[in-house]
Design a protein around this ligand. Structure first.
Ligand SMILES: NC(=O)C1=CN([C@@H]2O[C@H](COP(=O)(O)OP(=O)(O)OC[C@H]3O[C@@H](n4cnc5c(N)ncnc54)[C@H](OP(=O)(O)O)[C@@H]3O)[C@@H](O)[C@H]2O)C=CC1
Ligand SMILES: O=C1O[C@H](COP(=O)(O)O)[C@@H](O)[C@H](O)[C@H]1O
Length: 451
């Protein structure tokens, strides 16, 4: 049976920058069978040719390393349907337009998931269909619950794929290897030895024309509620029985249940919004002057939270999560800071304690340690032991799409995880909406809100 993709939101940034390039790679490597079709749906008044022209430009920009005939093979399979995804008649036409078992991909603003799934339930899904839902999974916990109910009404959990592409990044998967395939880290991976953990996703990108989605999301819903909490879950979870669909999501769900929001949001959270500035030589306007932004929404482009994990392993260890747009330097990393040694048998000032840096971009693992110095052997010197990873054959989205085609949900976010992640951030969202935490401004190109 062939698989066909129906991409709802087929003209968006996600589709053009990440999905189409990954699908081209899957065609190229033979993972996506020749007969598979791809139908993109959006409201733009385009026909197949106009869509293919747009898609070709995206492939040149984001999969330029693939030969032109690989682009052509994907482009030859692409079709376009103008339609409103919240309208059952348009969705019926989309599903009737593809052969085989469809993968319906909701590459849409999160506010549209509920009306779209409601319309899909009205149309009914063919036997063997799979549904993919992007992050953030809904707008809040109640919405996530409603989405789960809608999905479970017509599909088994194994046919639902809640995407979080950070989970498929090489270094994130390497955390599993590092922790669970070695003897040296797991015995010290706890509050006795770890002082704190920082999880950082600083971006140099600004809004990039995505106001339709981002201005209703903001940094906390866009990145922290999903990607950064998934990183926390991978770092903090208990060892799974196996890296499979029944163990991995369950262990992540356990640890997310133990995560507590800041006791005082005024000291445990920071929100900010960029003003005009220069990043990497590019001038960015004030966020509020970007096309499509409504200043009245008070959307943040920077979010920072300090969370705790209330269980035996992590009691008292702060996990600081931060993410922002239009910052001066891009940085995606998990930093595990260890406690000082109990006794230092050297004279002089105590050195910095050990730090383990897990970098997601570029993929690398670095352990900062103190060793005897080169000159006086009794002086200490900071040394960094670094392992740089060769890139995987497939980027994160390619890996997720391959798993999806194989029906493997190991890297899908479970229904429980999706709802728990909202529980963690909801008190913060409420306090921010009530104005309890000031919305600080930071110039584009800076290090973020001062302090
Ligand atoms: N961009 C990124 O880097 C990433 C995005 N994501 C997720 O992907 C999702 C989409 O984000 P992104 O692509 O950036 O957002 P965009 O705003 O760029 O794209 C949204 C898409 O949805 C379409 N759309 C909106 N309303 C309707 C409607 N009623 N009927 C049909 N189509 C509609 C838009 O087309 P039109 O308005 O013309 O109809 C467009 O194709 C979000 O959930 C986001 O979190 C995840 C990872 C990375
Ligand atoms: O999900 C999202 O992720 C991207 C960052 O992902 P990366 O793989 O390019 O690092 C972010 O820019 C976007 O706002 C968000 O929706």
């Amino acid at each position: 049976m062939t698989r066909s993709f129906v991409v709802l939101g087929g003209t968006g940034d996600l589709t053009g920058r990440l999905l189409l390039p990954s699908l081209a790679r899957l065609y190229d490597s033979g993972v996506l069978p020749e007969g598979s079709q791809l139908l993109a749906v959006a409201r733009e008044e385009w026909d197949d040719d106009a869509y293919r022209g747009w898609a070709r430009d995206r492939l040149v920009a984001h999969a330029g390393d693939l030969p032109a005939d690989s682009h052509d093979r994907l482009l030859g399979r692409l079709r376009y349907l103008q339609g409103d995804v919240t309208d059952a008649t348009d969705l019926r036409a989309a599903l009737a337009g593809v052969d085989g078992e469809p993968v319906v991909y909701l590459a849409l603003p999160h506010t549209l998931f509920r009306p779209t799934l409601t319309a899909l339930a009205e149309v009914g899904l063919p036997e063997g269909a799979r549904v993919v839902v992007e992050k953030p999974f809904g707008t809040d916990r109640a919405d996530a619950r409603a989405l789960n109910e809608l999905l479970h009404r017509s599909l088994p959990e194994e046919a639902v794929f809640r995407v979080d592409h950070f989970l498929a990044k090489q270094t994130v998967l390497n955390v599993l290897g590092l922790r669970f395939a070695n003897r040296v880290f797991e015995p010290i991976w706890n509050a006795t030895h770890v002082e704190r953990v920082d999880i950082v996703a600083d971006e140099t990108l600004g809004l990039e024309g995505r106001a339709g989605y981002y201005d209703r999301a903001g940094a906390l819903r866009d990145m922290l509620q999903n990607h950064l909490l998934q990183l926390l879950a991978i770092v903090a979870m208990e060892p799974p029985l196996a890296v499979d669909a029944s163990s991995l999501p369950a262990r992540k769900a356990d640890v997310l249940r133990a995560v507590r929001p800041p006791a005082d949001v005024r000291t445990g959270s920071v929100r900010g919004r960029y003003t005009a500035g220069t990043v990497d030589g590019r001038s960015l306007p004030d966020y509020v002057d970007e096309d499509g932004v409504d200043p009245a929404r008070g959307t943040e482009t920077y979010a920072e939270l300090t969370l705790t994990v209330e269980n035996w392993r992590w009691a008292g260890v702060p996990f600081r999560l931060r993410t922002g747009k239009a910052l001066g330097a891009g940085r995606q990393e998990i930093v595990v800071r260890f406690r000082p040694v109990p006794h230092l048998p050297f004279l002089g000032a105590a050195p910095e304690p050990d730090v383990l840096r897990l970098s997601l971009s570029p993929d690398a693992i670095a352990l900062e340690v103190n060793l005897n110095g080169a000159g006086d052997p009794f002086d200490l010197e900071r040394q960094v032991l670094t392992a740089r990873m060769a890139p995987h054959d497939l980027p994160a989205y390619g890996l997720l799409l391959r798993e999806l085609l194989e029906g493997d949900t190991t890297l899908s976010i479970s229904d429980v995880e999706a709802e728990e992640s909202w529980r963690i951030v909801e008190p913060v969202l409420a306090a921010w909406a009530a104005g309890e935490v000031p919305l600080q401004e930071y110039p584009a190109g800076s290090a973020g809100p001062a302090g």
